[in-house]
Design a protein around this ligand. Structure first.
Ligand code: AMP
Ligand code: MG
Length: 351
């Protein structure tokens, strides 16, 4: 299959509605289209068509028990796919939709089990990206879309990343340039009594608690490998990972830099190509390996935005081992560390 890449955004506005309409038609006919959202690029199919959803699993090599998020473009669309929508959920939707928040509800009859990985619940998000909203409308209102990477690899934050993984597997990629946020949405489960965060993201627990009061955080994601299974099936897999081994180093800044310098030197002496992930503030202290800045500690949004791209860059440079600083901060730092630890298979050295 030939994959075409169509530019649809210029100056943050839609510049090519025709191509979005063509993409919508592909989805309505049961095909797949990759498209930009504000979090990461998604791989979309008609969420209400079981055969179309199945194609997503095939193209990504995604385990069939890992459910998809349904993307909608307006609040009215929610009633058809979800039942028992609580007042708290409506409040969160009012505050954070369109935006990087996914909510889980009991599913309606309209949603096929192929889309929900066999679960009786459904994950729903209304993205804010103009191309995503326009595509959802052109496709009939319901797009199931996980991140548009091969399962396990870092999520795509550029159309070029999607092409690396999906070229020849899907007919069309809509190119909206670099995404704004760079890590996946926060997932909040409303299918049980007390709402619970199943995946940390740009919208933090503090931001949610301000609107609806106390929420729980899935114990399975706070400390991995503790024997508690995370409730979001996708959170149990190694994920977001570069081909190279990734090791995080955490502790006081000075000690971390020293340790990474030592580790990168040792790796190079043993004949390996080492990569180092530092920040704008720390990069000049590193002496060995291919050194890259992931962003600035003064603005953690930059770190989220560059995270997956930097892992893919190291892959292209055939690095064998990557050492990264840690970012144990509140706010979006929780989501950044969650993704980095997963990408590292939980390997972290404390100094
Ligand atoms: P992705 O779109 O690639 O970010 O993956 C979607 C994430 O949402 C995965 O971690 C899924 O396990 C999770 N998810 C989707 N639907 C549900 C659901 N009904 N219950 C729990 N987790 C879900
Ligand atoms: Mg994903």
């Amino acid at each position: 299959m030939k994959t075409v890449i169509e530019k649809v955004i210029e100056d943050q506005k839609i510049c090519n509605q025709d191509k979005i309409d063509t993409a919508g038609k592909i989805i309505q006919e049961g095909g797949l289209v990759a498209f930009p959202t504000e979090t990461v690029y998604g791989l979309g199919a008609d969420a209400l068509n079981p055969k179309a959803s199945r194609k997503i699993y095939e193209a990504k090599g995604r385990p069939s028990d890992n459910p998809l998020i349904i993307h909608i473009a307006d609040m009215k669309a929610l009633d058809k796919i979800a039942v028992h929508i609580s007042e708290k959920a409506v409040k969160l939707a009012e505050h954070f939709w369109p935006g990087p928040l996914t909510m889980i509800f009991e599913k309606s009859e309209a949603v096929p089990l192929e889309t929900t990985g066999g679960l009786q619940t459904v994950a729903v998000r209304m993205p804010s990206h103009p191309a995503a909203l326009a595509l959802i409308q052109a496709a009939g209102g319901y797009i199931a879309a996980p991140s548009a990477n091969t399962s396990g690899r870092p999520s795509p934050t550029l159309a070029e990343h999607v092409a690396e993984d999906m070229d020849g597997r899907i007919p069309m990629i809509l190119d909206g340039g670099a995404v704004g946020i760079g890590i996946e949405s926060t997932i909040v489960d409303f299918s049980e009594e007390t709402p619970m965060i199943l995946r940390p993201g740009y919208i933090t627990p503090e931001m949610i608690e301000k609107i609806i009061g106390q929420i729980k955080i899935d114990p399975g994601i706070i400390k991995e490998n503790c024997g508690i299974h995370p409730k979001a099936p996708g959170m149990k897999y190694r994920h977001y990972a570069p081909r190279a081994e990734l090791v995080l180093v955490s502790g006081a800044q000075e000690k971390v830099k020293q340790k990474i310098n030592d580790l990168a030197r040792e790796a190079e002496l043993s004949g390996k190509t080492a990569g180092v992930i530092g920040t704008d503030e720390s990069c000049r202290y590193y002496r060995c390996g291919i050194v890259k800045s992931i962003g600035t500690r003064n603005d953690e949004d930059t770190i989220a935005r560059n995270l997956y791209g930097i892992l893919r860059e190291f892959d292209q440079q055939n690095v064998d081992i990557i050492y990264s600083e840690s970012f144990e901060t509140s706010g979006i730092g929780q989501a950044i560390m969650n993704r980095l630890l997963k990408a590292a298979g939980q390997k972290m050295i404390e100094v």
